[in-house]
Design a protein around this ligand. Structure first.
Ligand SMILES: Cc1ncc(COP(=O)(O)O)c(C=O)c1O
Length: 404
């Protein structure tokens, strides 16, 4: 079976893992953790990085550091892996779901602007403080004007675009929008290590960006994540929160913290992988161009290819079946490929269709709904051989010609 994506572990992974065992530094303190943080920041053009136990916990921490709290709304695209929405929910907040642009499968920025302009208002909210006034009366304190989602009455606390497959949306425009509404901008860059916006590194495009080192990512650490930022205050806060908010050297803790640090063992693998980041990105981009070129004859059947703007890191590549194709037919394509020993998958089901989020506020979802059932991811490992790529392309052509 030609797999969908397998880690490419032929660099220094084994050597660095052995070093962890030899030195006994296997837990959350160790040279590889520090190195992974520095390399992740440097390779993304950011000043700082802080490692976490997963991409999801990186998102959790970025949201908390940005001030997202209970009952807030965070704007995210609906077309994403569910972890984006879960991170919002982990903070006690609720996602406000936006449709995507078909150009890059990222949040539709025109739509976002329209939704913000027509569905929000600035309002002074009064919150009850936990402190009691002298004499026992509870006090209420006036907060500055908050941006409120009119229908739900909730405060909007952040915008979190997702870099789908390593395509970067127009982050300069998004930053202008975020600034004009006084909202923090956090990037879910979980699947976008090594991506660029044109020729620009991603490190400075958002206030914080969260990357995943999960096993299926371009760079893996087995599991893990990192938050990168140019703002040291965010990074220091996340480092503190992820280490149980401990105030060293004693067993003092100054708030409710989390045990969300990456281990040195994970980081050892991650560092060895990051050493080869540019090779990995080149391989991923080659896979995407191969499918698009080799299968271009299928365009006459309405088949298209995953979008790849300049700088896209092409996490996964594959085909988009013709408009109107439903999930059943897409699954038949995957079954046909499986019979030919090729692994393939349909992809993310949008968040607004997922059980925990059916009640979440959302925009019109015409584009996500037209797209998601037609996406087929094809084998995209960084070490896939030319022969394997040829085999996949031939099998795709046969299966597609049988079904369309
Ligand atoms: C878009 C997106 N966000 C968040 C995550 C969560 O990352 P992790 O699996 O490391 O928790 C992933 C990957 O799995 C992802 O693809």
């Amino acid at each position: 079976m030609i797999p969908l994506a397998v880690p490419n572990l032929s660099g220094n992974e084994r050597k660095y893992l052995n070093n962890c065992i030899d030195t006994t530094f296997v837990s959350s303190v160790g040279e590889y953790v520090t190195k992974l943080e520095e390399m992740s920041a440097q390779l993304s053009g950011a000043a700082y990085g802080v490692a976490t136990s997963s991409g999801t916990t990186a998102l959790d921490m970025a949201l908390i550091a940005a001030g997202v709290g209970r009952d807030d709304l965070v704007i995210i695209p609906s077309y994403t892996f569910i972890a984006t929405a879960n991170a919002v929910a982990h903070c006690g907040a609720i996602p406000w779901l936006m449709d995507i642009s078909t150009d890059d499968w990222c949040m539709d920025i025109d739509l976002l602007e329209h939704e913000l302009a027509t569905k929000t208002e600035r309002r002074r909210v009064r919150s009850t403080t936990e402190d009691s006034e002298p004499g026992g009366a509870r006090s209420t304190s006036a907060e500055p004007d908050a941006l409120i989602h009119i229908e739900s009455g909730r405060r909007i606390a952040a915008i979190m675009p997702v870099y789908v497959h390593g395509n970067i949306p127009d982050m300069h425009r998004l930053k202008d929008i975020a600034r004009s509404y006084d909202l923090p901008l956090i990037a879910d860059a979980a699947c976008a290590i090594g991506a660029r916006l044109g020729t620009e590194d991603i490190g400075g495009l958002a206030d914080m960006s969260a990357v995943s080192f999960n096993g299926n990512k371009t760079v893996t650490a087995g599991g893990g994540g990192v938050v990168i930022s140019n703002d040291k205050a965010f990074i220091d806060r996340i480092r503190h929160l992820t280490t149980t908010a401990r105030v060293w050297p004693d067993y003092d803790f100054d708030e409710v913290g989390y045990n969300y640090r990456m281990t040195n063992i994970q980081a050892a693998v991650g560092v060895a992988q990051l050493e080869r980041l540019s090779d990995f990105i080149r391989s991923k981009q080659k896979v995407r161009s191969f499918y698009a070129t080799e299968l271009s004859d299928l365009r006459k059947k309405g088949i298209t290819f995953f979008p790849a703007k300049e700088g896209c890191s092409c996490w996964f590549s594959g085909i988009i079946l013709p408009e109107g194709t439903g999930l059943e037919i897409s699954k038949k394509v995957c079954a046909g490929l499986k019979e030919k020993d090729i692994d393939s998958r349909t992809f993310w089901k949008p968040v607004h269709l997922q059980t925990p989020y059916t009640e979440a506020p959302r925009s019109d979802m015409t584009k996500s709904e037209s797209l998601w059932q037609r996406i087929i991811t094809l084998p995209s490992s960084t070490n896939i051989t030319d022969v394997e790529l040829d085999t996949v392309a031939q099998a795709v052509r046969t299966v597609v010609n049988e079904l369309f």
